[in-house]
Write a protein that binds this ligand. Sequence first.
Ligand SMILES: Cc1cc2nc3c(=O)[nH]c(=O)nc-3n(C[C@H](O)[C@H](O)[C@H](O)COP(=O)(O)O)c2cc1C
Length: 172
Amino acid sequence: MGDVDEGNLKFLRGLRAVREFTPEPVDEASLKEILEVGRWTSTGGNRQGTEVVVVRDRGTLQKFAEWGARPGGASAVSLLLVTGSEQGVLDEGRYAERLALAARACGLGSVIATLKNEGPAEAKKLLGIPEEKRAVVIVALGHTDREARKALPKQGPAARKPLEEFAHWDKF
Ligand SMILES: Cc1cc2nc3c(=O)[nH]c(=O)nc-3n(C[C@H](O)[C@H](O)[C@H](O)COP(=O)(O)O)c2cc1C
């Protein structure tokens, strides 16, 4: 085995979807740290076809919620991923995960959510994003409302398939 960093493994395993946020704003220094991690995400052929719109305007966040990305409405900030085309969806997923992990590293909660139905088209119109771009995924983030989360049902190990069902060794 290589040098196992238990702390890092726990950090990676422990990323959960947080939808319960306090009204406290997220400071710009944290946002810049999160965006910097996102900027260093690898992409196929280093194409870097994904950009981010940092949305703090409460009216727009509420619109995100109405357009199906419900946790956006409660978040302090939502990062809308703007991708060159459908080809970039794997890159987009990686960006979303990295941004969520970076938010956790900054002590913030986050959840990945998607705009649905007319949401992407309306969001593009509202935010001046060119029509040919894909704008579906948001990473909603904010300070975790720990009291509200305590009140949620506990996830426990049953929240995921057991390893034997998830991983297949050498053959499916
Ligand atoms: C690609 C993707 C899309 C998601 N879309 C939404 C969404 O639109 N709304 C939402 O509330 N949560 C969304 N989630 C969060 C998942 O529901 C959540 O991660 C899952 O239920 C497991 O919970 P956990 O991450 O807390 O373990 C999304 C997660 C992923 C990875």
